[in-house]
Design a binder for this molecule. Sequence first.
Ligand code: FAD
Length: 377
Amino acid sequence: MNFKLSEEQLALQKLAGDFSRQEIEPISDKLDREGRLPDDLIKKCAQIGLLGMTVPKKYGGTEVGNLSCVLAIEQLAYSGSGAWWLVGFNNSIPESIANFGSEMIKKKYLKSFCDGSAYASIQFTEDETGSDPAALTTTALPGGDDYVINGMKRFSTFGAREGYAVTYTKDENGNCTAFVIEKGREGYSAPKIWELMGGGGMEAADVYFDNFRVPKENLLGIKGEGMKILLSWIAAEKIQQCAAAVGIAQAALDEAIKYTRNRMSRGRPVSGMQGIRWMLADMQAKIEACRWLTYKTAFAQEEKASSWQTESATAKIFVVPAAMEVVEMSRRLHGAYGYAREFKIERLYRAIAGCASIAVSLEINHSIVGGWLVENR
Ligand SMILES: Cc1cc2nc3c(=O)[nH]c(=O)nc-3n(C[C@H](O)[C@H](O)[C@H](O)COP(=O)(O)OP(=O)(O)OC[C@H]3O[C@@H](n4cnc5c(N)ncnc54)[C@H](O)[C@@H]3O)c2cc1C
């Protein structure tokens, strides 16, 4: 067992940290208020190698792997903005396509995710279903050389941006079938972008398909077996969310240390009080546990360990609530100022809230792990 990150991983971590501090942190408050990423951010991310980290080099990726990807996400999420989702999606979604797509699909679409010319989206949630994607109602029915898609998708991150999406449908046999679709083509509209509580820049859109035609060759994986692809993507997404939660929690601890060192009580910094130091120590312990569990799970994914999808649910059950506790402790240590928008902790508090619900709620993860324990152990 080796707990040391490689030279390349450390270099990528530093690169992403510098990028986060220089490019993301200064605009994070604006992102929260406006809810939209700057148009040039995707190219900037591509230029420094943050996109396509999990995509083979022959399709335009850097192939540095899942652990490197979570190291970068942790650094980007430190800002408390939603910019990390861009890096998350332009890694996890092309990875799904690389794992399940035909040679034609891989050659046609992967490069543009890696060079920043396409925003990646995934579309499974609908107005009537989120936690239970098996209940989706959007249909894809054969029509000549195409499939014709009708229905709607809710909260499709970057669904209104130019690029490609992996869209989950019900085929003519009532089974889940996935397609790689070109967003914005005739029959595709994304009229609503949700205003969110935090994570500024996530750009979650409602998407409508009205006789949208997709060539049969754009079917991803095996017809009727889309659920397998979706579950694998969701498992990957959870690890990314754990990494983001670690980054947000680390920022919360750093803010708490800074604040309590400067906040005076009876002529002395409150950081001198034992009770406050114990809280800081608890936060540090939780973050370390979360960080290493996240890295270990990303490593299991990279190694394609048979248990990695259950491990990702296990990690989310522990990491997200622990990170939320850390952020809440930091907010309390800020006193009343923790409730004010001028202080970064307020943004972090709103940012962490989404991790418990997006891409499978904590409750569902408990059901996954509990079911696995009872049925397989
Ligand atoms: C900002 C944002 C971005 C998003 N991005 C995307 C995206 O890009 N693509 C996409 O497809 N979706 C996206 N989503 C949707 C998100 O993944 C779903 O909202 C999420 O899966 C939860 O579904 P739901 O809201 O329908 O919850 P529901 O399924 O309505 O659940 C409501 C409550 O009931 C509980 N519950 C439901 N079923 C069970 C059960 N069987 N056992 C125990 N408890 C249960 C849940 O845990 C939850 O507490 C996004 C959402 C947000 C807010």
